[in-house]
Design a protein around this ligand. Structure first.
Ligand SMILES: Nc1nc2c(c(=O)[nH]1)N[C@H]1C(S)=C(S)[C@@H](COP(=O)(O)O)O[C@H]1N2
Ligand SMILES: [Mo]
Length: 298
């Protein structure tokens, strides 16, 4: 009797996948992905969540507000051809193909914690490229201070956009130094495969030290600016969602504590675990915020 991927343990499934990649069968392979290859210094060695959890417990309001809606409805998103417009304060504005921004040969595996502001978390093995390299292709001009991102706006493909729950398109932004930080990636895959639609195909941002809502999915536009960009959640509820949105167990959301989190996949009796400052990435990123009052700049 053959087992489905959803029946094997996530670790076993993942290791099989790595062996598969090492054999060079899948195109989405880099030397670092092979068995025995050095894991990225940026990756956690915590147990990864199952592919089932990662692809069936999602926030992607363009396809509905329920956690299972994105898996159910995102099949209508046409992810190819797809290009990302990079404009604003860059030397080479234009439309960049996903293949240009994140060529398969350049993909790195990054196993990151993802902490949602709703106080649940996961560990996800992404495939992607540093955002810095992608921005370098467009040539960031010296006066640029921020990077604004936007998701596709097309209610035909994204039925959730027919409801006014957010001011579409979904928009997010980073300070330029945050965008250029080596932990910040554009992901085009996970678990060694092409990014599933519900996770933000074909290309999405991943900023692991910030609440999940900063990691904008299905990006079609990136604009370099000298003013702080408008962000969807911040525009809707500025008292609840700040521009920085760094994971911070000391600054509670008005409606829920951020001190602890529920790791998806641990089950009903798995208990809660302490949330770490900057989601555990403080050694790498705390310096970006030196001297800032993080209760004020939440
Ligand atoms: N365009 C878009 N991007 C989005 C969202 C969304 O609703 N629309 N949800 C965000 C939130 S709240 C979280 S927690 C993460 C979830 O990513 P995942 O479903 O891949 O785990 O995506 C973020 N990116
Ligand atoms: Mo979230």
């Amino acid at each position: 009797m053959t087992m489905k991927w959803s029946e094997v343990t996530p670790e076993a499934d993942y290791l099989n996948r790595r062996a598969f990649l090492a054999a060079g069968i899948a195109a989405l392979a880099t030397p670092a992905l092979g068995l025995g290859g050095a894991p990225s210094a940026f990756s956690t060695d915590e147990a990864v969540n199952s592919l089932e959890d990662i692809t069936h417990y999602n926030n992607f309001y363009e396809f509905g507000t329920g956690k299972s809606d994105p898996a159910q409805y995102s099949g209508s998103l046409k992810t190819s051809p797809w290009s990302v417009t990079i404009d604003g304060m860059v030397d080479r504005p234009g439309n960049y193909g996903v293949e240009d921004l994140a060529p398969e040969s350049a993909l790195e595996e990054r196993i990151y914690r993802l902490r949602c502001v709703e106080a649940w978390s996961m560990v996800i093995p992404w495939l992607g490229v540093p955002l810095a390299g992608a921005l370098d292709k467009a040539g960031v001009q010296p006066g640029a201070k921020f990077v604004a991102f936007r998701t596709l706006h097309d209610p035909e493909q994204m039925p959730g956009q027919r409801s006014r729950i957010l001011d579409w398109p979904y928009r997010e932004g980073l300070r330029l130094d945050e965008a250029m930080h080596p932990l910040t990636i554009l992901a085009t895959g996970l678990y060694g495969r092409v990014l599933p639609n519900q996770n933000g195909a074909p290309i999405r941002l991943v900023v692991p030290w910030k609440y999940g809502f900063k990691s904008i999915k299905s990006v079609v536009g990136i604009t370099l600016t000298d003013t702080q960009p408008q962000c969807s959640w911040q525009m809707m509820q500025p008292g609840e969602y700040g521009f920085y949105a760094n994971v911070n167990p000391q600054v509670d959301h008005p409606r829920w504590s951020q001190a602890t989190e529920r790791r998806i996949g641990k089950g009903l009796f798995g208990g809660r675990q302490d949330t770490l400052m900057f989601n555990g990435y403080g050694d790498q990123v705390a310096g970006l915020y030196a001297g800032m009052d993080l209760a004020k700049h939440y």
